[in-house]
Design a protein around this ligand. Structure first.
Ligand SMILES: [Zn+2]
Length: 173
């Protein structure tokens, strides 16, 4: 089943609170639902605990109103990589905003651990070479993704994907 998913958000940074409480999680869920989303990747910088805590609160207190995929954003050389922890202990990784930071040959960093690449990101659209991204996605069999990279709750869902989580899982194997 295809879901509307924004797979790259910084809700902890957006709320300046790295231990999410129920009130904050309600605000995150409300914002995402107002935007028509089915789910979010919760991907703090170097912090996967935050995403798992948000997911636990949504499952325990909010009747699973929103699909929460825990993740984090890390560095791989000069690239920023978003890591998503999918059901079945599957790890899906995609390149965040290729072009920022500027890297001369970012293809050199694409190996079998990378499964996707952003082609839209509201903060970095101007730095991203769409033709190059498309050709690399074709060549390396990467899923192209559009995400908000939200650093404010109001930015959640600015861009999102209509995609089946099973498709992410299949690509990550
Ligand atoms: Zn980010």
């Amino acid at each position: 089943m295809k879901l509307k998913l924004d797979l790259h958000t910084h809700c902890g940074e957006a709320t300046s609170l790295y231990t999410p409480n129920l009130d904050i999680v309600k605000r995150i869920v409300d914002t995402a639902k107002k935007r028509g989303l089915d789910g979010l990747g919760v991907t703090e910088h170097y912090n996967k605990t935050y995403g798992y805590k948000v997911r636990d609160l949504v499952e325990r207190e909010l009747d699973r109103e929103l699909v929460i995929i825990p993740g984090q954003e890390i560095d791989k050389g000069p690239l920023h990589i978003v890591v998503l922890y999918l059901p079945g202990e599957i790890t899906f990784r995609f390149i965040a905003h290729p072009g920022y930071p500027p890297v001369r040959d970012f293809e050199a960093y694409i190996d079998e651990t990378i499964h996707g690449i952003e082609y839209r990101n509201p903060t970095h659209d101007d730095e991203m070479d769409l033709e190059l991204i498309k050709s690399l996605a074709d060549k390396h069999n990467l899923i192209m993704l559009a995400n908000s990279d939200a650093h404010f709750l109001s930015d959640i869902g600015k861009y999102y994907n209509e995609i089946d989580i099973d498709e992410l899982c299949a690509r990550a194997r």
